[in-house]
Design a protein around this ligand. Structure first.
Ligand SMILES: [Zn+2]
Length: 172
């Protein structure tokens, strides 16, 4: 559970970051100790740091719980109300894709950022950007396609070969 020291430190940080009167800290302490009794010191500290980086007002208790509930891999708290992301896009909503195809006897490769098919990806570039599944299906069914690569959880970055270079096709 979050220690009295961690709660006191969090409240003092909020008081100095958001200009709260010192009496506010004393008034909040019992409630915050009770409300964060199920959390660890580390959770409280990480959530507060993310909040302060992203918000211009002091957090409510529910705001910090929301960040802790959204805590993903590597102990990184999620932003409040941020749609769920996935490991395939490294929790950023975008994936890198490469399309290698033959064009007049030459191998051509293009790289693209495509919105992931997770809920966070669905909010990216809406309307202006081709969707991932449709784009991959189009590439894979195209008669000139040589290879299609897309980043995922196991391969978060395209290799130089996967990104491709425009090179003449070797005979044979
Ligand atoms: Zn994703």
């Amino acid at each position: 559970m979050a220690s009295s020291e961690a709660v006191a430190s969090a409240l003092e940080t909020i008081a100095s970051a958001f200009n709260r009167h010192p009496s506010w800290v004393a008034r909040c302490t019992p409630l915050w100790e009770r409300e964060f009794g199920t959390r660890t010191d580390g959770q409280l500290d990480r959530a507060l740091r993310v909040w302060i980086r992203n918000e211009a007002k002091a957090p409510a208790i529910a705001d910090l719980h929301g960040l802790m509930d959204g805590e993903g891999r590597n102990g990184t708290p999620g932003l409040v109300n941020r749609p769920e992301a996935c490991a395939s896009c490294q929790f950023i909503g975008w994936r890198q894709a490469a399309w290698h195809r033959l064009d007049k006897g030459r191998l051509r490769a293009g790289t693209f950022a495509l919105p992931c098919d997770c809920p966070l990806g669905a909010t990216m570039g809406v309307g202006s950007v081709p969707r991932m599944a449709a784009t991959l299906a189009m590439w894979r069914s195209h008669p000139a396609t040589v290879a299609v690569h897309i980043t995922d959880e196991d391969n978060p970055v395209l290799t130089k070969e996967e990104r491709g270079v425009n090179a003449p096709v070797k005979p044979g």
